[in-house]
Design a protein around this ligand. Structure first.
Ligand SMILES: [Fe+2]
Ligand SMILES: [Fe+2]
Length: 314
């Protein structure tokens, strides 16, 4: 069973973790080295819950059984309660109440439930956050719900569970860095929480961005691809550079959701100049968004965001 402790073979393979067949650039390799040095600072972090690691390993075996998945989740009542809350939320399109873990497993599927458990477990490590960390956690929950709703509404429902989990975990690198108490970093995130600028400052300050860091740590925790790859790319999309079509589409939706969540949090409207810019951005256009669609979706996105944030605050 792997813990959050860095092992030598993981350092050696770090450059491969976020690249999907693309040739690593010098910047990628430099970032990987800097992250390897930094990961040691996270050894004091609470380890990823063993129960969820077991679940991930179990569903990776070809002979896994739904009943056993249900039993493993029910063995952790707090986790089971959170999964039920999400399964019954608007983001999960709950048409009828989902009253048991076995109903959740049937509705969402065993892998969907395990992915939810992984997301919940990872976010659970940051439950006691205050200040700017709490804002990042809320933003992550909101981005997950917005991304999932976008996937459904833009006819990309095959991406829905992956973009939900990626949204939940996309800024986990920020939460990890905030936990180190690095003053310059805390100041950086506190001053600028907009989604698309401060990764550049991170690269100057640290030699990597929070997407790359998060991806490496998630791989250390054995979260299966493509989630770490999607997260690594959310501030450096590599369209036409080796990312598979699935990953590229998921990254587009995640990036748009990231921006929309930010605007919703600012009280902006869908037809604000910033909303229109998002709808017309390369990510927005590739995701199938348009100005009209964004305005039409805005109230529903606001609703799923609000609900997801309240679920993850409990
Ligand atoms: Fe980010
Ligand atoms: Fe974000």
């Amino acid at each position: 069973m792997k813990s959050a402790t860095l092992e030598n073979d993981q350092i050696t393979h770090l450059p491969d973790l976020w690249l999907d067949g693309a040739v690593p650039t010098d910047t990628d390799l430099r970032a990987a080295k800097r992250i390897a040095a930094k990961l040691r600072e996270f050894e004091g972090l609470k380890p990823f819950p063993v129960a969820v690691q077991r679940l991930v390993e179990y569903v990776s075996t070809p002979e896994f059984k739904l009943d056993r998945v249900r039993e493993m989740i029910e063995a952790d009542p707090a986790l089971a309660v959170r999964i039920m809350r999400v399964a019954n939320s608007a983001a999960y399109r709950a048409y009828e109440a989902c009253t048991s873990v076995s109903r959740a497993v049937i509705r969402i599927g065993a892998m969907g439930v395990v992915e939810l458990a992984m997301g919940m477990a990872a976010m659970g490590l940051f439950e006691d956050l205050v200040g700017v960390g709490k804002k990042v956690r809320d933003h992550s929950a909101g981005t997950a719900a917005v991304a999932r709703e976008l996937a459904f509404r833009l006819d990309q429902s095959s991406l829905s569970s992956k973009v939900f989990l990626s949204g939940l975990l996309h800024d986990i690198g920020k939460l990890l860095m905030l936990q180190t108490g690095n003053r310059d970093y805390v100041e950086l995130v506190t001053k600028d929480q907009s989604p698309n600028s401060h990764h550049l400052r991170e690269r100057e300050l640290l030699g990597f961005d929070h997407g790359q860091l998060g991806a490496h740590v998630l791989r250390m925790w054995n979260l299966p691809q493509p989630i770490p790859q999607i997260i690594a790319a959310h501030h450096q999309p590599k369209v036409d550079q080796g990312n598979s079509a699935f990953i590229s589409r998921a990254v587009d939706i995640l990036r748009v959701a990231d921006g929309i969540e930010w605007l919703l949090g600012q009280g902006a409207s869908g037809d604000s100049p910033a909303g229109r810019r998002l709808a017309n951005s390369p990510d927005g256009v590739r995701a199938g968004l348009s100005e009209g669609k964004l305005v039409a979706l805005w109230d529903d996105l606001l609703l799923v965001r609000h609900e997801a944030i309240s679920i993850f605050r409990q």
